[in-house]
Design a binder for this molecule. Structure first.
Ligand code: UFG
Length: 328
């Protein structure tokens, strides 16, 4: 059935791919984004409202004009290091404004919520791959904001019947295979786009943050999940809630880890270009290995990721980077 969906933060990296997918599948979309980090031209259709998710009056207006089947919330700050230096910014933007959104949903009787959570809620892993039973001990304010919202959502379900699915992303990467969208953070902090900027010439080199980790090649291992697979899980989760499903939380990764060095080597193969590497010290708060156990999402959502191959993920990201850099 055709759904009407509010996508908060729909002009950002993940949100814009979500909007594209929803529109392609024939759903009606309203995007709310204040463009503090998003890009207006990344919203490929539907209705666009420029504003902040913490603006209750604006939310009343938007919810009053539509009958949403669900809300997807992508509008949060995501830089771990910054969250340590400016926790207030993170607690306000990631927790307080989410409460304003949830309370608007209550006022307007919208019951289905899909929340962008993170592997950072787990902190330093006790074991890998990380399943949903893994203890949650976030080690920075960013991770704590996400865990707090997950807890709030549990209470809101219990008390108000607001249903939610929390999706804990591991490392979102890649881009729309059609090349219309991609990752455009400013400043960029994520490994894949940085490596590709070093390949295109938009950046001098890529710094490798530590080669002395307890991993086969000494660099950190992460679980890179293709952005379209990630978005696919959101749609399945929403469909499940709309069909009367219960609240849930899922870890989303592709289940295989790749080291920083493997990402760089693969990027060299895909791009055929030189990539200059600078060995740098460890970055604070980086666990050696973060890999998801996503079996629950596969079982309960019927999720079946299509782009598990690191080559494909990097190829799609490279198509976008070439466009950004204006290289052939
Ligand atoms: N890295 C480098 N050089 C760089 C950038 C990153 O070596 O210039 C390394 C990092 O040290 C890490 C790996 O590449 O080992 C991946 O780093 P990213 O910053 O791309 O991703 P993270 O794993 O740190 O972060 C992701 C999400 C965050 C989330 C975090 C924890 O982007 O939002 O996972 O779950 F908080």
């Amino acid at each position: 059935a055709q759904l009407e969906i509010l996508v908060v933060g729909g002009a950002g990296y993940i949100g814009s791919h979500m909007v594209e997918m929803l529109l392609e599948q024939g759903h009606r979309v309203v995007t709310l984004d204040d463009l503090s980090n998003g890009h207006r031209d990344a919203v490929l259709g539907g209705e666009f409202v420029q504003g902040n998710v913490g603006d209750a009056a604006l939310l009343d207006q938007v919810f009053g004009e539509h009958q949403f089947d669900g809300v997807m919330h992508f509008a949060s700050f995501i830089q771990v290091g910054e969250s340590v230096i400016h926790p207030a910014k993170y607690y306000h933007n990631n927790v307080t404004t989410t409460l304003v959104l949830l309370d608007a949903m209550r006022r307007h009787n919208v019951r289905n919520f899909i929340f962008s959570s993170t592997a950072a809620i787990f902190g330093e892993p006790h074991y890998t791959p990380i399943d949903e039973k893994h203890p949650e001990h976030p080690i920075n304010p960013y991770g704590r904001t996400k865990r707090m919202v997950e807890e709030i959502l549990g209470d809101y379900d219990q008390a108000y019947g607001l249903k939610s699915v929390c999706l804990r992303y591991f490392n979102a990467a890649g881009a729309d295979p059609e090349g219309r969208l991609g990752e455009r953070h400013d400043p960029e902090t994520h490994l894949v786009p940085l490596v590709l900027q070093a390949a295109s010439g938009r950046r001098e080199a890529i710094s490798v943050f530590g080669r002395d980790y307890d991993t086969p090649d000494g660099t950190c291992i992460r679980d890179y999940i293709h952005i379209m697979d990630l978005c696919g899980a959101h749609l399945l989760a929403l469909e499940q809630l709309v069909a009367g499903g219960e609240s849930a939380a899922y870890n989303l990764g592709n289940g295989s880890g790749f080291s920083v060095q493997e990402v760089i080597d693969t990027a060299r193969e895909v791009t055929g270009r030189e990539i200059r590497v600078i060995d740098a010290p460890r970055r604070a708060g980086d666990p050696a290995r973060l890999v998801a156990d996503s079996r629950l999402a596969r079982e309960q959502l019927g999720w079946n990721p299509q782009f598990n191959d690191l080559h494909t993920i990097i190829q799609h990201a490279w198509n976008w980077e070439r466009k950004m850099a204006g290289v052939g």
